[in-house]
Ligand binder design. Structure first.
Ligand SMILES: Nc1ncnc2c1ncn2[C@@H]1O[C@H](COP(=O)(O)OP(=O)(O)O)[C@@H](O)[C@H]1O
Ligand SMILES: [Mg+2]
Length: 472
């Protein structure tokens, strides 16, 4: 497995002459042989220099000729034996001694192998090491994630980098934070989380919908239980103590912790903007930024101020940008929107690649307009300044006949001649579905219906889109 040689084989049966070699195989161009010592279970018995000399001399006669001979021992590392191994080495025949520490270290690099042999040789450790994996609570997963290659790669890099402890993805609602993290976590799950523990939590719904008030209590409680300290979860200890204990439990083993939609636990814009209101969460995140064998991924609409001191080192902050034009176009097409590439690109650009708006508008165009992208242009909506700016210039109306001056002695309000003349037919499109093709846009009636709201999504002001995002 280590050599990557499927043909590696044991040399002869037990008791047979073995020319100093138990296992041999090909590593690159050369043959390598291993002799295992202390197979009788006498752990910590040292290999002697004389034994090494004897085994190395025998290995020299092995056919095919070995380029490297390794004496693997369950005993401790011994400087004299190591030195002798270097002396016995010569060009074309390398002699090495692998002590128990070396083998153990190597085993950690081969997690699959470790997982296979651990329960056989070390059942106690295997029981203690049982994995802690909780079912995911993340929502809003995209059926298919478009684009985001760079962001996925950055998360991979952070996961592989032991110096990165916490990553914070910051963007306003609907940009695609949860969808991105979910996709990345799903990829990792297919690799069995690389042998790590896994736990996630979504504060977005927990804080803002179910309980009305934001708190990390239920998260801290559930996490403490999963990570094995039920007594702490049940205790009346302070949130600071609980947060610190949780940080300790999470940090001590390689764990992926995902905290999605942290913003309900943070102060809104103002002097304290972004600071965590919840002391347990603040202690947990600062603790993890200081020490963490795995990674904690946080998504939020606000920068987490509590982590500011770590942003340059262990807790980088990554603003999540809008979807690229290409990814946006692919997303629209996947929703059933069709049309010229330039029109689709223009739509993505106007919406600033905002994933949620693209999904809403794409779905609307598909359902209401058979997916025709040209129908997306918002009609004039009363009071909708941006929509008016985007709307086509209205046709000039013919000048109206001047109403005659009211006669002072006979004021008849509402029935004055010329009143009828002032009541003009509504502009084209007003009155919603009355206009051809079943359109539900424009005018007051259309605006009140779902179509009106959705077309209003094509008013791309960030303020409006943000308002939309809160409707997620
Ligand atoms: N890259 C993407 N490809 C396809 N759909 C996406 C993508 N990013 C986000 N979405 C969709 O857009 C909507 C908003 O995304 P979400 O991840 O909930 O945003 P956020 O967490 O930033 O508020 C969801 O319906 C999600 O499935
Ligand atoms: Mg989200």
């Amino acid at each position: 497995m280590i050599w990557g040689d499927p043909g590696a084989q044991t040399n002869g049966g037990s008791g047979q002459a073995q020319a100093g070699v138990d296992v041999f195989g090909k590593n690159g161009d050369g043959w390598e042989g291993v002799q295992c010592k202390q197979k009788d279970g006498l752990l910590r018995t040292k290999v002697t220099v004389a034994e090494l000399e004897h085994e190395a001399a025998a290995a020299r006669t092995f056919k095919p000729r070995l380029s490297r001979f390794i004496l693997a021992t369950s005993g401790p590392r011994d400087a004299k034996v190591q030195e002798r191994a270097r002396e016995l080495s010569e060009p074309g025949f390398d002699v090495q001694v692998s002590s128990w520490e070396d083998i153990w270290h190597e085993l950690y690099e081969y997690r699959d192998l470790l997982a296979r042999i651990l329960p056989v040789y070390w059942p106690m450790q295997a029981a203690l090491r049982s994995r802690r994996i909780a079912a995911s609570r993340l929502r809003h997963a995209a059926d298919h994630l478009f684009g985001r290659e760079a962001e996925l790669a950055a998360l991979d890099a952070a996961w592989a980098n032991p110096a990165v402890h916490v990553v914070t993805l910051v963007a306003w609602g609907g940009v695609g934070k949860t969808a991105l993290v979910w996709k990345w976590v799903a990829g990792l799950a297919a690799r069995d989380h690389d042998g790590a523990d896994y736990f996630d939590w979504s504060f977005y719904s927990q804080g803002t919908r179910e309980q009305g008030g934001a708190s990390a209590d239920s998260f801290v409680d559930a996490a403490l239980r999963l990570f094995g300290d039920e007594a702490m979860a049940d205790s009346p200890r302070s949130p600071w103590d609980k947060g610190a204990r949780l940080a300790q439990l999470v940090a001590e083993r390689r764990t992926l912790l995902v905290l999605d939609g942290l913003e309900p636990l943070q102060h809104p814009p103002g002097p304290l903007a972004g600071e965590l209101k919840d002391p347990a969460m603040s202690t947990l995140l600062k603790g993890l930024a200081g020490r963490n064998a795995g990674l904690c991924v946080v998504t939020t609409r606000e920068r987490v101020k509590d982590l500011a001191a770590f942003e340059e080192s262990t807790a980088p902050r990554r603003p999540l940008e809008r979807l690229s034009r290409e990814a946006g176009v692919e997303l629209l097409r996947s929703l059933g929107v069709h049309g010229a590439a330039a029109d689709l690109k223009k739509l993505v650009q106007d919406i600033q690649g905002h994933a949620l708006t693209l999904n809403l508008l794409g779905g609307f165009l598909r359902d209401a307009h058979g997916g025709d992208v040209r129908r997306r242009r918002p009609r004039r909506c009363p009071g909708d300044r941006r929509a008016r700016l985007h709307a086509p210039t209205p046709r000039r109306r013919p000048p109206l006949p001047r109403p005659p001056l009211p006669r002072p002695h006979r004021p008849r309000r509402g029935a004055a001649p010329g009143r009828q003349a002032r009541l003009r037919p509504p502009p084209r499109g007003a009155g919603g579905s009355r206009s051809g093709g079943g359109r539900v846009v424009g005018g007051r009636t259309g605006r009140r219906g779902a179509g009106g709201v959705l077309l209003a999504a094509a008013d791309f002001s960030p303020k409006r889109s943000r308002r939309l995002a809160t409707l997620e």
